[in-house]
Unconditional design. Sequence first.
Length: 242
Amino acid sequence: MLDRTILGDTWLVFSRAMLPVLRNPVAVVFGLVQPLLYLGLFGPLLGDTGWQWFVPGLLVQMVLFGTAYAGFSLMPEVRTGVMERLRVTPVSRVALLVGRVGKDVVLLVVQGLLIMLAAMLFGFRASAGDILLGLGLVALLGIAIGSASYALALKTKLEYVFASVLSSTIVPLMLLSGVLLPMSNGPKWLYWLSRVNPLAHVVDAERSIFNTGPVLLGLVSAAVLVLAGVFYGVRTFHRESA
């Protein structure tokens, strides 16, 4: 009965979050603008063989910027008292988080699929199985970062505080993940520093999917990030909504 209640509440929160997107899918279009610019203006500089390396990194970058800033959408609800009113309802606190994250992940998967299809016009190669596995890894990373983003937004409550925290964490993590440039080209200390960053292993796994390489470490890193992000998110929603 409890599971059915949580699932029902999650679907309600998910539907409520998806409704504005379905009515006006501008967010999907604008979410594609930056990746398409990178694809068209930066990708050709890598040559014909660079697409297999560049596109997977672009997918991870899209996840970082797409879900890390998802928490901004929660702040108007906090400021206008919507979250306060939800405190007195029987809706599951887990559903309040998972429903919102589910919407972001659906958008990410759709955008990721469109990016890969567009990249194939430039020379990117991927089988249907590769695409499904690549999108699965994108979804896992989106769940992890999205959950943490909503929790952080609920804690900070102010846009300028939230933005400053993101800018001081997301950019260094992205640069140390090897999304834009291979970390092996840098000095050894920088390479080993990147190995501490779990995002670097996710990026490596995303590239390995499309280049027939090992993906286990990246999948484990993504799973750990999901557990950490969801735990932090659920814990924060429980505490801030108590």
